[in-house]
Design a protein around this ligand. Sequence first.
Ligand SMILES: NC(=O)C1=CN([C@@H]2O[C@H](COP(=O)(O)OP(=O)(O)OC[C@H]3O[C@@H](n4cnc5c(N)ncnc54)[C@H](OP(=O)(O)O)[C@@H]3O)[C@@H](O)[C@H]2O)C=CC1
Ligand SMILES: CC(=O)N[C@@H](CCC(=O)OP(=O)(O)O)C(=O)O
Length: 343
Amino acid sequence: MVKVGIVGGTGYTGVELLRLLALHEEAEVVAITSRAESGRRVDDLYPNLRGHYELAFSEPDVRQLAACDIVFFATPHNVAMNLVPELLQAGARVIDLSADYRIRDPQLWSRWYGEPHASPEVLRAAVYGLPEVNRSSIAGATLVACPGCYPTSVQLGLIPLLARQVVDPMHLIASSASGVSGAGRQAKVDNLLSEVADSFKAYAVTGHRHLPEIEQGLSDVAGSPVALTFVPHLLPMIRGIHSTLFARRVDTSVDLQALYEDWYADEPFVDVLPEGMYPQTRTVKGANRCQISLQVPQGRDTVVVMSTIDNLVKGASGQAIQNMNIMLGLPEDMGLKQVGLLP
Ligand SMILES: NC(=O)C1=CN([C@@H]2O[C@H](COP(=O)(O)OP(=O)(O)OC[C@H]3O[C@@H](n4cnc5c(N)ncnc54)[C@H](OP(=O)(O)O)[C@@H]3O)[C@@H](O)[C@H]2O)C=CC1
Ligand SMILES: CC(=O)N[C@@H](CCC(=O)OP(=O)(O)O)C(=O)O
């Protein structure tokens, strides 16, 4: 069995890792940290895990974590970048769900995250964990930076168009909407039921910290700079992201439905829907799956792509386990065969 440690086990991505790993045939969680809940059993805090774990939360301890084969960080940004160098040196392999190692340029990272990067030398060794783009580098990586939730839905939706150069890379638009679990489990007035329910709003319109991450990934695929207008919205539901993506066609000779179907034909977790079927957040809820469809309304020059994921699964913990499977040479879908919950 592969020994797994989780730093930050009380947040939504931490408990989602536990839920998914409970049914993983090759992984055993041997350490899970929380400073606030140290000593408490995980199935006392999260009764859905009763019968699956005997574990209790413990204080983060690098020596204990270094004895694990794989350590997941499900912590806010600015935590992993302080602990990871020592863990790597001790021989553990790390999968970071936070943003600490996602952006290659430490200065750009600082500009969006508001503080200097604590381990820029390690940043250079990190592999961006979007398997549909970087599968072979992930296999040999010691440190994988899992993509953000919005960046997963936006990149998977736009990659075929940019890779085949059928749209203008300097005029991309993403209008994305997320359920409230995307904001994490910490108490905030903005996320109260009475603030969120029965309402819908945009936020961070002048610039969201996922913008540089998305532009970095898309320009790698396009082989040239890209410019994206990204507008996130908060949806009055718990899980799910729906991204509606707009791009201007520069090459109208390509059959776009065929392009997407071919591009993702061998991808176990990307499902291109038949023409006319639209993705919904509820059909990917609980599943490690991105569903995509596209249209060219009125046959004009704008392509509209719709992309949905569960922010906690393909947008975080499911994708993290997909990365673990690739790193360990296990079947990529091990522990990830859940079907979406509907209704
Ligand atoms: N929610 C989502 O949909 C997604 C989240 N992510 C990212 O995953 C990460 C975790 O998110 P989420 O689960 O929502 O977060 P939460 O805020 O809900 O949980 C944070 C966890 O980290 C622990 N933690 C906080 N500070 C420290 C510290 N200094 N040292 C050690 N542990 C610490 C907390 O436990 P304690 O304080 O008790 O130690 C808690 O268990 C974030 O970086 C987030 O951006 C990525 C994709 C999607
Ligand atoms: C709804 C909501 O608040 N979403 C979060 C999404 C960010 C997130 O979860 O962070 P990472 O994906 O970078 O780890 C936000 O906009 O800040």
